[in-house]
Design a binder for this molecule. Structure first.
Ligand SMILES: *Cc1c(COP(=O)(O)O)cnc(C)c1O
Length: 430
């Protein structure tokens, strides 16, 4: 299979280049030349398959020309070492918990698959692969955990000093071994700029065998489509789910579109955002106006220029009408989100994190207008990751802190301090 750039379809590369390069030189996004479809033989038995079997079928549909079956099976099984349970709050109101992985956010699915696929693509090479990643919180932790002690790889995480939560920082800075954390005296945008400057330096990029682990990497999206199929089959036969996706860079929603393309029956996708409502506004007006992001309490969704937007457009043949036929956008304020956290707790005794709460609001609005519909809201992170908001809304000591997060509190932070300066960063890399 070859992969092309959304900006220039004539720019085509093989799987190894699409994954290790991450981004085409023309700033487009890589898409497979043909989008895979799962055949009738899969849809005849999909309700009886395990999560791992579904994952393998999807990964096989995408990668069978390039990765042998046995290797692919190992990659999928290594990725899916934890479940994604579907919880029912009330009839038709379902929550898909995606936070049972090592770092308690859905990003574990993508990061774990990517780490394993990259290790396979570079097997037998004696050059070490250097993975650079800029993070505003959750991505860095998931990537660090996924690559920790993976032979032949080294991970360098850049995070903005004082701008990630205490526990998030511990997830980045306490693993050691092949993981190095750089605490940058600047913003998340500075971190991204530094990463970009290293890639643009051909000599440095070649010498260190640099690769990127950000969310535009196709190998992070494919495994996220597994859980759309896995959850939909748990609804009664004949019910088409409405998927509700709390969104920032829209990688998760794009993965849902891949599942749709594979043949999954989906009634609608709801793109739920906080005040950063660039995509809901586009769906309403047809006018796409990216802008600087606004800070909210669902901060993993504070994105003003969603990086997967070009892929979403490509999946709908660049037609606004086609996209709005399948995706509906809804945006909610922080006050509404806080009220939803309280309401879900008091109505259902369920602790929903602020990101999931944005989704739940969209789901409720949809069901009110479409009685009888079943919504599946993606709960993208464990509420313990956003403890301050949870405590303000439902009280202290209510959210249980999972062991794997709690033990980090006593670990010692190890980070290298650097200014937000390209020359200093490159000198350090060299
Ligand atoms: C990253 C993240 C999101 C946004 O996901 P996208 O794929 O970027 O749209 C939502 N919630 C949480 C908790 C996240 O970490």
């Amino acid at each position: 299979m070859l992969y092309h750039s959304t900006t220039n379809p004539a720019h085509r590369v093989d799987l190894k280049e699409a994954i290790l390069r991450s981004l085409p030189p023309d700033n487009g996004l890589y898409m497979p030349d043909t989008l895979p479809v799962l055949g009738p033989e899969f849809w005849a038995i999909w309700r009886e398959l395990t999560f791992q079997e579904i994952g393998y079928a999807v990964a096989h549909a995408f990668f069978h020309e390039d990765v042998p079956a046995a290797a692919l099976k190992e990659i999928v099984e290594g990725t899916l070492s934890f479940d994604a349970p579907l919880i029912t709050l009330a009839p038709g109101d379902h929550i898909l918990e995606l936070f049972h992985g090592p770092t308690l956010a859905f990003k574990d699915f993508g990061a774990r698959f990517m780490a394993r696929l990259m290790a396979w693509l570079t097997r037998g090479e004696d050059r070490e692969l250097t993975v650079l990643v800029a993070t505003s919180g959750d991505t860095g932790g998931a990537v660090a955990s996924a690559f920790h002690r993976v032979k032949g790889t080294r991970v360098i995480i850049l995070y903005p000093k004082g701008k990630v939560s205490g526990l998030q920082e511990k997830q980045l800075t306490t693993l050691g071994d092949n993981i190095t954390a750089l605490e940058i005296d600047g913003t998340f945008d500075d971190c991204q700029r530094l990463v970009k400057s290293a890639f643009l330096d051909r000599e440095l990029s070649e010498r260190l065998n640099l690769t990127s682990a950000n969310s535009i990497n196709l190998s992070r999206l494919v495994p996220q489509s597994f859980y759309y199929i896995h959850s939909a089959r748990q609804l009664p036969e004949g019910i088409e789910p409405v998927f509700v996706i709390p969104s920032g860079n829209f990688g998760n929603l794009t993965a849902g579109l891949l599942a749709l393309q594979l043949g999954l029956p989906v009634k609608k996708f709801l793109a739920a955002t906080n005040a950063n409502d660039v995509v809901p506004a586009y769906l309403k007006t047809g006018d796409y106006q990216p802008r600087p992001s606004t800070a909210t309490i669902s901060n993993a969704m504070d994105v003003g220029a969603p990086s997967n937007f070009a892929r979403m457009q490509a999946l709908f043949g660049n037609s606004w009408e086609a996209m709005r036929g399948k995706i509906e956008g809804m945006a909610f304020t922080d006050d509404q989100t806080r009220a939803a956290v309280r309401e879900v707790k008091s109505l259902y005794d369920y602790e929903i994190d602020p990101h999931g709460a944005v989704g739940w609001l969209a789901a409720r609005k949809w069901r009110a207008a479409h009685p009888g519909n079943a919504t599946i809201t993606l709960e993208t992170a464990h509420p313990a990751k956003f403890l301050d908001v949870m405590e303000q809304e439902i009280g202290k000591g209510v959210v249980e802190i999972p062991e794997r997060l709690a033990i980090l509190a006593d670990r010692e932070k190890v980070a290298i301090q650097l200014p937000a300066d390209e020359a200093a960063f490159k000198a350090w890399l060299r």
